[in-house]
Design a protein around this ligand. Structure first.
Ligand code: MN
Length: 242
């Protein structure tokens, strides 16, 4: 059964006054996980609180983005693969890497929702309330080698984000020759579908910034660097190079 707030209260027989905020947070989390997990793919919980990225990304945006948008991609991906056990046994990343073998009747759904599922999993991971500042470690050196400086890379990345017409993503990828490259994709298309590995990406769908930044995508792109988790970006880079 789905544990919602109402039957949670009925089951436990306690009033609102005795419930702590933590209990509410847990029951909300259980609900959002249930929503996405009626299939092989599970909605991963946010690795921090909804309000942890403020003031750069506001709590309401994070709630809708994770609990509605990411949950929706997860649910739709699960529904699409339910008729195809050979896909249900693969990782979502592997499904996108071998996109040509996805059955035609679900290919659009998998492209949009498999992409949305994987892209957002990456997105929550590469942000942190302790993020921001200059990159460190191997990725710092690789960025300077590829783009000349961190500032030049940031400018190219933000440009990819502002030039993406309509919905999509700005990416730093490792291409087929293991070279770092900045690119944009439309909608939820993943660089994995083109044989490239997404080291980091910024979501430039309006749902990612419109509540707080309204139409000022450029300002969102600029402020977003304050939450980039370079430790995690380094991990992804080293995994991709290995
Ligand atoms: Mn999004």
């Amino acid at each position: 059964m789905v544990l919602n707030r109402r039957n949670f209260l009925l089951l436990t027989g306690v009033g609102i006054g005795t419930l702590t905020l933590g209990t509410f947070a847990k029951s909300t989390l259980a609900q959002s996980l249930n929503d996405g997990s009626e299939g092989p793919f599970e909605l991963p919980p946010l690795p921090y609180d909804y309000n942890a990225l403020e003031p750069y990304i506001d709590e309401e945006t994070m709630r809708f983005h994770h609990d509605k948008h990411h949950a929706g991609y997860t649910k739709n991906l699960n529904k699409a693969v339910s008729q195809y056990p050979e896909l249900a046994n693969k990782s979502a990343e592997d499904i996108l890497r071998n996109f040509d073998s996805v059955p035609a009747d679900i290919s659009t759904t998998v492209r949009n929702n498999g992409g949305g599922y994987v892209n957002h999993k990456m997105f929550w991971e590469i942000m942190s309330p302790d993020g921001g500042g200059e990159p460190t470690g191997a990725i710092a050196t690789a960025i300077v080698d590829a783009f000349g400086s961190f500032e030049a890379f940031k400018e190219q990345f933000n440009q990819a984000g502002s030039q993406q017409f309509g919905s999509g993503w700005a990416w730093l990828v490792l291409d087929n020759n293991k070279q770092l490259k900045v690119m944009g994709t439309a909608n939820q298309d993943s660089p994995l579908m083109q044989g490239m590995y997404p080291i980091m990406g910024n979501d430039v769908w309006e749902h990612a910034y419109y509540l707080n930044y309204r139409n000022a995508r450029g300002e969102y792109l600029k402020q977003w660097w304050n939450v980039v988790n370079w430790t995690q970006v380094n991990k992804r880079y080293q995994q991709a190079m290995a």
